[in-house]
Design a protein around this ligand. Structure first.
Ligand SMILES: C[S@@+](CC[C@H](N)C(=O)[O-])C[C@H]1O[C@@H](n2cnc3c(N)ncnc32)[C@H](O)[C@@H]1O
Length: 400
């Protein structure tokens, strides 16, 4: 599509309509337009009050471009905190469910970030489900339509490692005070959480334990003010609950973990190597029936996990050596400190590199942290590291 350079008149129209970042918005709209007439139509919609993301048809979320249709909830920056918390709790090869998925943004980023995810996402709104199916195509995950957990396949019972939900949590009376972009252009079902905002969250909390694996966690985004009530609902459902807060992102997440059979309330990640052994006999590990695409290893999962943790990968047998990982971290830090100067055509964007670094830092899994950092480094830096570890020049392909 041809970019149409926006005129100063376009910038002025946007500014007059209250767009604080009028120049940046004009640029983005110009990039989305094929012709001057297209640009005029896009500017008309923006001036009429539609969220920029719905006009463009996409939103930037945690470094991914997420498809957003008119009427569908635009993923918020604060929800990046829910993603970070979920990523930090995920064991190797996790089963992840994103309830009330909207565009599927949370699930899509988790699938892009974590290795070997079996992902399911569900929403009640057909427009949201349409978007989610574009953001989570087959092969990445399955998107289902229906009321909360009703559409989830029964083979997931007792198998879910990470269940995330950014369900609506605005109290009904507070919707009138929301900015018009949200109030008038996002579906009511995406915002309205009932009298105290917690109606849907309570239903999610009550439904979660039967889906969660022992040691698996439910993570619900909420507000700082509502967090104690969200936590109460999760405690009432039998989960061991804590609240996580990011002042930087203004995000609050309540995390409830289903205790393990041996009385542990630690999250799954803390005992990844032996987690299969802690599943209660009443909650056997159920595998998808034949023919269900999972995109991951299944029947030998426990074996593979142990092997991965104890032996490392053949390409880099020292993934689990702290000194090796410290080298990677140091290289990443100096790369970031230098302002990410080197960018090839396929390198991640600088903000994506920082996002990966933050996720890696939040992860307690050394291999995952190392791999994320490794992926964030340019080929020349990886090649330099390999040469210093293995004492010989390494072909570019093996530095990938
Ligand atoms: C606040 S939006 C969040 C969307 C997405 N998780 C995100 O963070 O961008 C809440 C979503 O919950 C969905 N929803 C509301 N009630 C639901 C229900 N009973 N069952 C399934 N989805 C529901 C809405 O359609 C909407 O997409």
């Amino acid at each position: 599509m041809t970019a149409v350079p926006p005129s100063s008149a376009v910038v002025e129209r946007l500014r007059a309509a209250g767009c604080v970042f009028a120049e940046e918005e004009a640029e983005l709209l110009g990039t989305a337009a094929g012709t001057p007439a297209d640009l005029a139509a896009l500017v008309d919609r923006r001036v009429a009050g539609l969220p920029l993301e719905q006009v463009l048809g996409w939103a930037e979320f945690c470094g991914l471009r997420i498809v957003v249709e008119p009427g569908v909830f635009v993923p918020r920056r604060r929800t990046g905190f829910l993603v970070r918390q979920a990523a930090a709790l995920a064991p190797p090869h996790p089963v992840v469910v994103d309830l009330c998925c909207g565009t599927g943004a949370v699930g899509a980023v988790l699938a892009a970030t974590l290795a070997d995810v079996e992902l399911y996402a569900a929403d009640i709104d057909p427009a949201a489900v349409r978007c989610a199916r574009r953001n989570i195509p087959p092969g990445v995950g399955r998107v289902l339509e229906g009321d909360l957990d009703a559409p989830l396949p029964s083979f997931l019972l007792g198998r879910v490692d990470v269940l995330v939900a950014n369900a609506p949590y605005v109290p009904t009376d507070a919707i009138a005070t929301m900015p018009p972009e949200a109030r008038d252009h996002e579906a009511r079902v995406a915002l309205d959480g009932g009298a105290d905002g917690l109606d849907v969250q309570r239903r999610v909390a009550a439904a979660a334990p039967r889906w969660l694996a022992a040691g698996g966690s439910l993570l619900i985004e909420t507000s700082e003010r509502q967090a104690p009530a969200t936590a109460d609902a999760m405690t009432a459902a039998g989960l061991v609950t804590r609240v996580a807060r990011s002042a930087e992102l203004d995000g609050t997440v309540v995390i409830g973990t289903r205790p393990g059979r041996q009385g542990g309330d630690e999250p799954a990640v803390g005992r990844a190597a032996g987690r299969g052994a802690t599943r209660p006999a009443t909650s056997p590990r159920r595998m998808p029936p034949p023919g269900v695409p999972t995109g991951r290893r299944s029947a030998d999962k426990q074996h593979v996990t142990r092997q991965d943790l104890s032996q490392g990968s053949p390409r880099s047998p020292r993934w689990f050596d702290p000194a090796h990982q410290a080298d990677i971290s140091a290289a990443l830090d100096s790369h970031l400190a230098a302002g990410v100067p080197e960018r090839g055509p396929f390198s991640p964007r600088p903000e994506r590199v920082r996002e990966l670094a933050e996720l890696a830092a939040a992860s307690t899994l050394p291999a995952r942290a190392a791999l994320l950092r490794w992926g964030a480094l340019p080929a020349s830096v990886r090649s330099h590291l390999l040469t210093s570890w293995f004492g010989t020049a390494v072909r570019r392909s093996s530095a990938a």
